[in-house]
Design a protein around this ligand. Structure first.
Ligand code: TZP
Ligand code: MG
Length: 214
């Protein structure tokens, strides 16, 4: 069950790092040290470009860093991997194991749900999702089969459509965070801006400062 209340969730969504090991420019341990020092507030194991065995191995290391530093550890798509790694949360989308079924069967996690329209938001709310991801906000090459890019009006509409904390996702980096002000988002989720950086500490630090003004 989600042991976090609404305001704790809203807080940890500030700077939500979604991890892809294939993008890293430095060893995993060093990367984790840097992003934690830089100020990530949540971590998601996505790591879709490596086989499951490697994903679990990377996840084990990353989860250790998160646990010691009190950072929520969330697994994308894979409830089996979430269980193996004793994750705090699981993030699902419309193509994954249905949120309602997962929530009933695997109540040990809190859930995040990807939303691109108001039906998605209604679904997330009816399944008691702890938070929603709203996007894509900008174009990005990180994800294939990208859904429709949302304009600021739509982001605002979805962010206010349900009383669930929300995080924006898709192509977000230090040059465009400012444009998300007053959209009602509680924070940003990024993959390449941090994972592909030569200096993850600096990048994280800059993004963390920027999101304080959202
Ligand atoms: N869902 C919507 S866009 C996206 C996901 C997982 C990828 C975001 O990656 P990046 O590199 O931050 O644009
Ligand atoms: Mg998914």
């Amino acid at each position: 069950m989600c042991s976090k209340n609404r305001s704790e969730v809203a807080d940890f969504l500030k700077l939500y790092l979604i991890f892809e090991s294939s993008m890293l420019k430095l060893p995993l341990d060093e990367f984790m040290e840097q992003v934690i020092k830089g100020g990530i507030t949540a971590f998601q194991l996505r790591d879709k470009n490596v086989p499951a065995r490697k994903r679990v191995e990377n996840g084990k290391k990353a989860a250790e860093f998160c646990k010691v530093n009190n950072i929520p550890f969330i697994v994308n798509d894979r409830l089996d991997i979430a269980r193996i790694l004793t994750a705090d949360g699981v993030h699902l989308g419309d193509k994954d194991i249905p949120l309602d079924i997962a929530g009933n069967k695997f109540g040990e996690f809190f859930y995040g749900y990807s939303c691109n329209n108001s039906d998605d938001v209604k679904h997330a709310a009816s399944c008691n999702a702890a938070y929603i991801g709203i996007g894509p906000i900008f174009d990005t090459s990180t994800k294939r089969d990208l859904r429709e890019i949302l304009d600021k009006g739509k982001i605002r509409e979805l962010a206010f459509a349900a009383d669930i904390p929300s995080v924006g996702i898709g192509g977000i980096n230090k040059t465009n965070v400012d444009s998300l002000k007053n959209t009602g988002l509680n924070g940003i989720a990024v993959v390449s801006a941090i994972c592909a950086s030569e200096n993850p500490y600096r990048e994280t630090r800059i993004l963390r400062e920027l999101v304080e003004d959202l």
